[in-house]
Design a protein around this ligand. Sequence first.
Ligand SMILES: NC(=O)c1ccc[n+]([C@@H]2O[C@H](COP(=O)([O-])OP(=O)(O)OC[C@H]3O[C@@H](n4cnc5c(N)ncnc54)[C@H](O)[C@@H]3O)[C@@H](O)[C@H]2O)c1
Length: 442
Amino acid sequence: MNPSRRNFLKKSAIAASAISSLSVVPENVWSSEFAPSDKVNVALIGCRNMGFGILRHHLDTGMVNCLALCDVDKNILNERAQTVKNDYGQESQLYSDYRKLLERIDIDAVIIGTPDHWHCLIMVEAAQAGKDVYVEKPMANTIGECNIMVKAAKRYNRVVQVGQQQRDNKVFKDVMGLIKSGEIGTLRKVNIWANFNYGLGSTPKPDSPVPEGVDYDFWLGPAPKRPFNENRFHGSWRHFWDYGGGLMSDWGVHLLDMGIWAKDLTEGPETVITYAENLSRKTMHRDSFDTMNVIFPKKDYVINWDMTAGIQQGPFDSSYGVQFIGEKATIVADRYKYHLSPEWDGAKDAPKAEEVSYTKGHESHRQHVDNFLECIKTREKTSCPPEVGRAAALHAHIPNIAARVGQPVLEWDDEQSRFTNCEKANELITPEYRKPWKLPEV
Ligand SMILES: NC(=O)c1ccc[n+]([C@@H]2O[C@H](COP(=O)([O-])OP(=O)(O)OC[C@H]3O[C@@H](n4cnc5c(N)ncnc54)[C@H](O)[C@@H]3O)[C@@H](O)[C@H]2O)c1
């Protein structure tokens, strides 16, 4: 890093800590000081699974220093630190409290790989401290928190990438190109399916002592206090409303995002029609529903969501996918391939579009990280900015809310961020944080 930038960073970090107390917002805190050749100093908060994968993609670029790692499970923290040292030759400072890490003025960006119930608080505090943020999807566990995060990114002028990596996936980028250039004609429907065994949750286990090295109270953070249960902890927390939204939000934000990207929508849905049930006979430990069908009527097309947890087979021999139905052709896509099947033009005795097949796609976390790092330097908007993360999250959270309050049709006023036909649903927009944690105000 060049010395002038280092000085500038110090100044901006001091400015940033003043920002959090005074709420003064700087314009482009250090944009002009970032040379393309500068390494970006990052820190990872939440190290076990996806967060660490995303950190690896950062380090693989060769353009990143990992200055710090933070986790409330010391076992994970030490193991990951050793891996960073072995695989990348970098020594990171270790933290169990992210607030201490955020005090460091030499950290440019943080990666948030915690469970969903922590995303909002850590993202907002990181933004207030002048850090850019890569926050895993879903952007937050509730609609209210998503709203706060959109405001925070704007107010503190931060580059934020939400971890919906399909926005940088070659297959889906090409598919969007075909749709937007009119190749499939007027888009009428987007059918999405997601069938995964893991969505059923885990077999029931009794509560147990907190494992050695884990600060469980910190892991719970703003979520309600509960006895420790392995099923509600590492990895499987996603099936419980306090921390996640089940398969509906876990895969929903990725796939529904494709439905809204097709028309570049960045708002929540107006009307949501939800069927949700538990149809599996297996006794499993979870809050979320195993079977959900949701209709999102849009102005000039419709998105259909079809989800079955405990089943791994799906249409076109794929457990998940997206079918874009246009008047000239239909495209079926997943992360690795797509196929465009044309409609037949009887009058011309010819296909209405050219048949195309592509089978060389791959996971796109690395491309999503590349985009984040580039935007840190250019101060451009990322490929998945907070308003997109919010829109996708709302398409997943609203059906879950409908299911939880037992109201199949919900009407949503996106500007007011309120349901207009169900007060019980409005009660689930914003979570009540457990003290001493406070819902951030921006
Ligand atoms: N983009 C994708 O394709 C994708 C895939 C999987 C998971 N994810 C997302 O990544 C996030 C993490 O999921 P996961 O499967 O890695 O979960 P995980 O349970 O495996 O890991 C979460 C880690 O965060 C730590 N943690 C919890 N609270 C913390 C806190 N306050 N401070 C520091 N560390 C804390 C835990 O101890 C754990 O090590 C979730 O939001 C999930 O939805 C995204």
